[in-house]
Design a protein around this ligand. Structure first.
Ligand code: NAD
Ligand code: MLT
Length: 526
């Protein structure tokens, strides 16, 4: 395995990669986009911070790339959709720099309140100006937008400064907020009440320009605003105007719409604005943490198949992997079985989990079902990352449900596929610790081991059918390894799965289909 580190990464991280043994590490920083396009085909893994922009062109050129590890949180420098479509896992390190960044936001808030950067510049400019009048943060209201990992730490630090903390976050429960001692309010109320506003949301299509002219107009006069999240969450033109209009008394910016910030950015002219060059995560501790985290994640990915902190595929820890591995195998087989059985354009795949399995994270199992299903049509290029994408692109809706309903089995995975022509059900379970079984095909209960070459056929349950099929397979030199039969009632309809030692040629299959009392016959290979 070859891993390219294309941004500066703490030595501790590089050491972990080197010690992993069979991972070859190369550090090449400062590459242009063209140089990276030329280099990337050689590598299986790429580790970046924020400088490398992993565009669709780079992903297109990445013939062997399996994983991109971002030492840090924001993955807005990676075209995650392009990576997902190509089956490349994108991971970040969501914990390593959160304390550092929260501390930076608090430092920016205090600097803003007491005009420390302005006063520092004045004294170093050989002046002794004592007019830098500030305000206390004590008893002031801090409005936090985005009460996630960093926002929560900012909240607890601000409470230590005796501030009243309110927050707006549509995805946070009232309970979590009240545990933090934070009142959750609507964004408009936060704007109305806050003396300081600190932004801690990710940059998404919803949060781009979350704060513009209309929002500034709602704010308390004299508000001070801090952005250590991402540039472009605040509209910079609107911020400039709000400062000029005396709505905003000060802004502390670590991040900008365009980075590196343009020297012509008018915000840099304003005394009310203090800035740092995207230093939120720049401490020795944070850079060590993220380097170690990303290196360990990449090593575990290549050596143990573990996926941690991926932003485009559900995470599978070592503990979860050991529990769900048999179900991942079963899922892939159920998907593949279905794909070889079903006829007509596929519209929907419905996956229902019942029994003990619902206590585990089942999302990866659903993805393995889709992967197994699509591999029959798309080939080996399908993996756990791009399977949901490919399904969506093909207009296949995937519905996942769980139920605590009890069955004859401790856990049951039911997969129904709907096409323009038919709807079919296959159910499977795990016997013992890791022995997958198909236990139902449509209305028929069976107990088949889903592996190797199988003849699946349905017939009208009359004497002689199975004997004739056995004779026909024998005369065509096909050895039977095992057989399972399920029927709805005596002399009703039946389904049989015959495990055979070699694939059944089309001519044999045609002869079976032509036999009287046969409803359908399919060759399945798992
Ligand atoms: P997080 O995912 O833990 O928290 C983000 C929170 O924002 C979540 O609780 C989410 O529910 C909330 N949110 C999403 N959309 C929202 C909206 N429209 N309104 C209000 N809340 C919304 O993320 P985090 O780790 O706390 O990181 C926060 C930000 O800080 C990210 O943008 C990250 O890239 C940035 N960051 C910057 C630096 C830096 O160097 N300046 C360092 C680390 C992280
Ligand atoms: C992050 O998203 O982690 C930060 O922007 C820090 C960085 O990598 O510079």
């Amino acid at each position: 395995m070859k891993v390219l580190v294309s941004d500066r990464l703490s030595e501790q991280g590089i050491e972990i990669l080197k010690k992993a043994g069979d991972i070859g590490v190369e550090v090449k920083t400062g590459l242009t986009a063209e140089q990276l396009i030329a280099e990337i085909p050689k590598y299986d893994g790429l580790i970046i911070r924020s400088a490398t922009k992993v565009t669709a062109n780079i992903i297109e050129a990445a013939k062997n790339l399996k994983v991109i590890g971002r030492a840090g949180i924001g993955v807005d420098n990676v075209d995650v959709d392009a990576a997902s479509r190509k089956g490349i896992v994108v991971m970040n390190t969501p914990e390593g720099n959160i304390i550092t960044t929260a501390e930076h936001a608090i430092a920016m808030m205090l600097s803003l309140a007491r005009k420390i950067p302005q006063a520092n510049a004045s004294v170093k400019g050989k002046k002794w100006e004592r007019g830098f009048m500030g305000i206390e943060v004590y008893n002031k209201t801090l409005g936090i937008i985005g009460l996630g990992r960093i926002g929560s730490i900012v909240a607890s630090r601000a409470k230590g400064l005796s501030m009243n903390v309110i927050a707006s976050d549509p995805f946070i429960s009232k309970e979590r907020a009240s545990n933090l001692g934070v009142e959750v309010v609507e964004l408009s109320e936060l704007f109305r009440r806050s003396d300081f506003i600190s932004i801690h949301t990710p940059k998404t299509s919803e949060t781009t320009y979350l704060i513009g002219e209309k929002e500034f107009a709602m704010m308390k006069k004299g508000v001070r605003i801090i952005n250590c999240a991402r540039g472009g969450i605040i509209n910079e033109k609107a911020l400039y105007k709000a400062i000029k209009d005396k709505i905003v008394a000060g802004a502390a910016l670590d991040v900008f719409e365009k980075e590196p910030v343009s020297p012509d950015n008018p915000l840099l002219e304003l005394d009310e604005v203090i800035c740092t060059p995207h230093l939120g995560a720049s401490t020795d501790e944070a850079q060590e943490n993220v380097a170690i985290d990303v290196a360990e994640q990449i090593v575990d990915f290549f050596k143990k198949g573990q996926i941690r902190n991926a932003v485009n595929v559900p995470s599978i820890s070592a503990e979860l992997l050991s529990k769900i591995q048999p179900y991942l195998t079963l899922g892939e087989k159920l998907g593949s079985f279905h794909a070889q059985l079903i006829e007509g354009g596929v519209k929907e795949i419905m996956v229902k989990y019942s029994g003990d399995i619902v206590n585990l994270s089942v999302k990866p199992i659903t993805i393995s079902i889709i992967k197994g299903f699509l591999q029959i049509f798309v080939g080996e290029g399908v993996n756990m990352v791009n399977a949901p994408f490919i399904a969506k692109e093909r207009g296949i809706e995937v519905v996942e449900t769980t139920t605590s309903e009890l069955h004859d089995f401790a856990s049951l995975v039911s997969v129904t596929v709907k096409t323009e022509k038919e709807e079919r059900l296959i159910e499977g379970t795990i016997f013992g610790k890791n022995d997958p079984r198909i236990v139902r095909i449509d209305e028929y209960w069976v107990e088949a081991s889903p592996s190797g070459n199988m003849l699946l056929f349905s017939n009208i349950d009359t004497p002689g059918v199975i004997g004739k099929i056995g004779t026909m397979l024998g005369s065509d030199n096909i050895n039977i390894a095992g057989m399972q039969l399920g029927r709805n009632k005596p002399r009703g309809n039946a389904v049989s799965i015959v495990n055979v030692d070699s694939p059944i040629p089309d001519e044999t299959l045609s002869k079976i289909r032509a036999m009287s009392n046969i409803i359908y016959a399919k060759m399945i290979r798992l």
